[in-house]
Ligand binder design. Structure first.
Ligand code: ATP
Ligand code: MG
Length: 597
């Protein structure tokens, strides 16, 4: 995939086949049954009593609250909320919490926070559209009894192994269960026993009665309900049977009057069952028409990361990263902490369009969106990441004393004068980067080496005279003299021509800071490709912590402040650990795209 360095929100109109579908649907609405919406989710009678739906379309983002959202979810969020925004619709945030295990309030809260962080809201017209699928358990059970009564579902007492064997495979049709032809009355009695806790976990399941010979395995009598004695975070111990996802999800959409139910490609084979179920429940008068329709689009995969909750959990649980919000994680909490802006995430997600294939997006594209966003708003500052001392040996001769501090200044942003000016000062000792001095320069090196002149950024031209070494023979300090009358911004400053510019921070005022330098978490672009154990390709150098020095304009930096350290890249004051008296900055990304290198 290409590496655009700039992605402009407006200029890019990526292809999105869902827009075509929605526009067609909105045009063809005349002659269709009117869509009533009672203001809250409910069955056919509930909605029939309500007014016409003021929302032109309804979409939903339906996360399962069993982990933290990742960059792939951002795609789904921006798609569903974005389509609702663009077509006069409303997008619901629905917690798909029908699975009693693994679901926690912690995740519910984090999901709400991240949807908001991305800039979306489930409030519309003074109403909150925040729903929980577990509130529909009563209706789901009623739907199950209806299907049984109508001869469309049965209780199967085969063992799980028998059921698996009798399902057949792609080339072999399945075999009917011996329990398939029980009467509706017998099935209803059995289903009620399941609900009442008469039978142990796993003893039987409720199945739809469709076609064991269907070429679509999902239509071979899919399971609808299972017995599972588990405490649910919302409904407590009220239920010992829980609906299967494939049964619950279409019903959730219909109760909420979703018009366009958008999901990822792996659900394509589920669509016939989605339609089968909803049409039967509407025929029975339980659900209102028009019914929702399911549309599938390709997942978003990002290079150099994994985006499966299970694998992300493994990284956290086994201590390969420092938590869900580790800045190397592709979780939204991790990306926020790393310093990615919601604007950049949205621009990236929107630039990918919506297609029918699962796409691998290069991480460089995300960084390009980030640079495009931060370039125009992050203030500049000087920082030295790999410090060595520079001693200005004629300082007292030039300024009269070693105690003198020579004021210097630079614009906070080269193109945003409204951000003002940064003030700092020169003293006899400065911090500079190790790499800015070479005893024996290589060809084309223009920074400091004995006899060469270079400019201290926003300061003076200096001439290098050599260095001091410690007992181990390492460079302990670089030595230079100030060339008089060359101060940046004063008349005649450019009389002395130099090719190299040195960034620096005064030893007398530099702020020592912990700098966390992050790199990609994996060494392979597709860490889990071909079933490989992704832990084998963890990058051992994905986190490096150094102590550097920052210019004094950053003394009052607030947590989450984003800044461009000149020549090094974009950094953010860590939202958790940063303190004014103990600064901590994370490297977000460099100034150039290095992902391919
Ligand atoms: P995971 O596989 O990581 O556990 P999931 O799909 O099970 O993710 P859910 O909470 O069920 O996670 O997903 C909520 C919504 O986000 C679903 O509609 C799902 O299709 C969508 N989604 C998840 N991952 C991606 C992705 N990589 N690209 C686009 N949409 C995604
Ligand atoms: Mg899922």
């Amino acid at each position: 995939m290409s590496h655009p360095t700039e992605v402009k929100d407006e200029a890019l109109k990526p292809n999105n086949f869902l827009r075509t579908i929605i526009e067609r649907d909105l045009e063809q609405q005349e002659g269709q049954p009117a869509r009533h919406f009672a203001g809250t989710p409910g069955d056919a009678a509930h909605h029939a009593a309500g007014p016409l739906d003021p929302a032109k379309i309804r979409t939903r983002f339906p996360p399962e609250p069993n982990g933290y959202l990742h960059i792939g979810h951002a795609k789904s969020i921006c798609l569903n909320f974005g389509l609702a925004r663009d077509y006069g619709g409303i997008c619901h945030l629905r917690f798909d919490d029908t699975n009693p295990e693994k679901e926690e309030q912690e995740y519910v809260d984090a999901i709400k926070e991240m949807v908001t962080w991305l800039g979306w809201s489930w409030e519309a017209g003074g109403t909150s559209h925040l729903f929980s699928a577990s509130n529909y358990f009563d209706f789901m059970y009623r739907a199950a009894e209806y299907l049984v009564t109508a001869g469309l579902a049965y209780v199967d007492e085969q063992t799980p192994d028998e059921m698996r064997a009798n399902r057949g495979d792609f080339s072999t049709p399945g075999t009917d269960s011996p329990f398939r032809d029980r009467s509706p009355e017998a099935n209803l009695a059995r289903l009620r026993e399941m609900r009442d806790g008469t039978h142990p976990d796993g003893a039987m399941v409720l199945r739809a009665k469709i076609d064991m010979a269907s070429p679509n395995i999902n239509m071979r009598d899919p399971a609808l309900y299972r017995i599972r004695r588990a405490h649910h975070h919302n409904t407590g111990d009220k239920w010992c049977i829980y609906p299967m996802y494939t049964f619950a999800h279409p019903i959730e959409d219909a109760l909420e009057r979703i018009t366009h139910s958008i999901c990822t490609l792996e659900f394509e084979d589920q669509r016939p069952f989605y339609d089968w179920l909803l049409n039967h429940l509407a025929d029975g008068g339980l659900l209102a028409r028009p019914l929702p329709h399911q549309y599938e689009f390709g997942r978003l995969n990002l290079s150099y990361v994994v985006t499966s909750k299970r694998k992300l959990r493994q990284l956290v649980d086994e201590g390969h990263v420092d938590g869900w919000d580790d800045p190397r994680m592709p979780t939204l909490v991790g990306m926020r902490r790393r310093g990615y802006t919601p604007e950049a995430v949205r621009a990236m997600v929107e630039s990918t369009g919506v297609t029918k294939t699962n796409a691998w997006l290069d991480y460089g594209v995300l960084d390009g969106c980030l640079r495009a966003d931060l370039e125009g708003k992050a203030a500049r500052a000087m920082a030295v990441l790999d410090p060595v001392k520079l001693k200005l040996t004629n300082y007292a001769d030039i300024f009269g004393s070693l105690e003198h501090r020579e004021p210097c200044s630079a614009p906070a942003h080269p193109h945003l004068p409204e951000l003002g000016t940064r003030q700092f000062s020169l003293g006899p000792e400065l911090w500079i980067e190790h790499e800015d001095f070479m005893e024996a320069p290589v060809k084309g090196y223009h920074r400091l080496y004995p006899g060469n002149k270079a400019r201290l950024k926003a300061g003076y031209v200096i001439e290098c005279s050599g260095c001091e070494k410690n007992e181990a023979g390492e460079i302990a300090a670089v030595l230079a003299t100030i060339v008089p009358d060359t101060k940046s911004g004063t008349p005649g400053a450019d009389a002395v021509k130099v090719k190299g510019v040195i960034t620096w921070v005064g030893v007398h005022e530099g702020i020592a800071a912990e700098l966390r330098l992050y790199d990609r978490l994996f060494t392979e672009a597709q860490p889990d490709a071909g079933g490989r154990d992704f832990l084998e390709v963890l990058n051992p150098a994905s986190k490096k912590v150094v102590t550097g020095y920052l210019e004094p304009s950053l003394a009052a930096a607030a947590a989450d402040l984003k800044v461009q350290f000149e020549r090094h890249g974009y950094f953010v004051a860590d939202r958790i650990d940063h303190r004014a008296d103990k600064p901590v900055f994370n490297k977000i990304t460099g100034l150039r795209d290095n992902w391919g290198k």
